[in-house]
Design a protein around this ligand. Structure first.
Ligand SMILES: C[S@@+](CC[C@H](N)C(=O)[O-])C[C@H]1O[C@@H](n2cnc3c(N)ncnc32)[C@H](O)[C@@H]1O
Ligand SMILES: [Zn+2]
Length: 297
């Protein structure tokens, strides 16, 4: 069986979760080749094992090099191991409130390593992962590495998923669309959003921006917007320092949108500055639909 057929077969297992991003009607998999809706809108599986469900063209700043670096930082340097552990604990801790097959949807999954790590950490074969990103490069990379998850190129502001289809929505360091999250979340399902806190990658930002305003993140507005849409059941602060080798530092510099407008010379300067550790400082916001009765974590 080809990669394309395997991914079509995987999507077919929970095809009821999908809905057409154009007309919102239910979908089916035909000939292990395409996802087709009742009105015949057709999305073909790519040979790399993902399906492109974009309904408009979109440019992403995120390129292959950035995603490769992110993959190394997540999978090899294990910079986010504690984050994955905490998120899987939250998922397992809420399981009693849910029934049947569990869908974990990563909205803005990039190259897919966070979702893979979280699924590994949960160690539950009944969990089905769906990763979606607007970047074809990211999804192509995810599909080529992680075979047990459905990978979609798509827009999280118009996601190709049915109403009340997801048990968990992960949204890690990515933009959100709360209207869509509310629509697609089951009652008692959770949104788990990861946002940077003021010291996130501070060593890198200090080296890049010296003392300008850009050197610190503020997430108050993000938290209050989240709180406006969801009942905030928990906020977990995760703060730690990790030692880095020179190679790990290079990957870190390359994985970060912080360096988008930085010249090659400045990047070399940062790398040669000999930063030997980096701070991870994140908030994990856990929310439940406000309409949910008796929801708990
Ligand atoms: C900082 S990256 C984070 C990626 C991944 N969650 C991680 O932490 O490695 C932000 C991601 O959001 C994606 N993104 C931005 N707008 C999006 C949209 N409207 N729909 C889906 N993905 C989007 C980008 O393509 C990018 O992969
Ligand atoms: Zn349709």
């Amino acid at each position: 069986m080809t990669k394309k057929e395997k991914s079509a077969e995987l999507v077919n297992k929970y095809v009821h979760v999908f809905s057409c991003p154009i007309c919102k009607s239910p979908m089916k998999v035909t000939h292990l080749k395409s996802l087709v809706c009742l009105n015949n809108h057709t999305f073909d599986f790519a040979k790399q094992g993902y399906v492109n469900m974009m309904t408009r063209s979109a440019n992403s700043h995120y390129d292959k090099e950035l995603f490769k670096a992110r993959q190394k930082v997540i999978m090899e340097s294990n910079l986010f191991a504690l984050l994955h552990k905490r998120i899987s604990e939250i998922i397992i801790g809420n399981m009693n409130a849910l029934k049947g097959e569990i869908i974990i949807f990563d909205a803005g999954c990039g190259e897919g390593s966070h979702l893979q790590r979280i699924l590994d950490e949960c160690k539950n074969e009944t969990f089905a992962g769906i990763g979606l990103d607007i970047s074809k490069e990211g999804i192509r990379m995810a599909a080529s590495k992680y075979k047990e998850t459905a990978w979609l190129v798509g827009d999280l502001a118009n996601s190709p998923l049915a109403d009340q289809s997801c048990h968990y929505i992960l949204n890690i360091l990515s933009p959100a669309n709360y209207k869509e999250f509310k629509r697609t979340l089951v009652p008692n399902g959770l949104v788990i959003k990861v946002v940077p806190r003021s010291n996130y990658l501070k060593e890198l930002r200090e080296a890049l921006f010296d003392n300008t305003d850009k050197s610190s993140y503020k997430n108050d507005e993000t938290v209050s917007l989240f709180n406006h849409h969801f009942h905030l059941v928990d906020v977990l602060n995760l703060s730690y320092i990790k030692k880095l080798t020179q190679t790990e530092l290079i990957n870190l510099v390359q994985m970060s949108p912080l360096t988008w407008n930085t010249s090659e010379d400045d990047i070399d300067r940062i790398i040669n500055r000999g930063i030997s550790e980096v701070t991870v400082d994140l908030d994990i916001l856990v929310g439940i639909n406000k309409l949910t009765q008796g929801g708990r974590i």
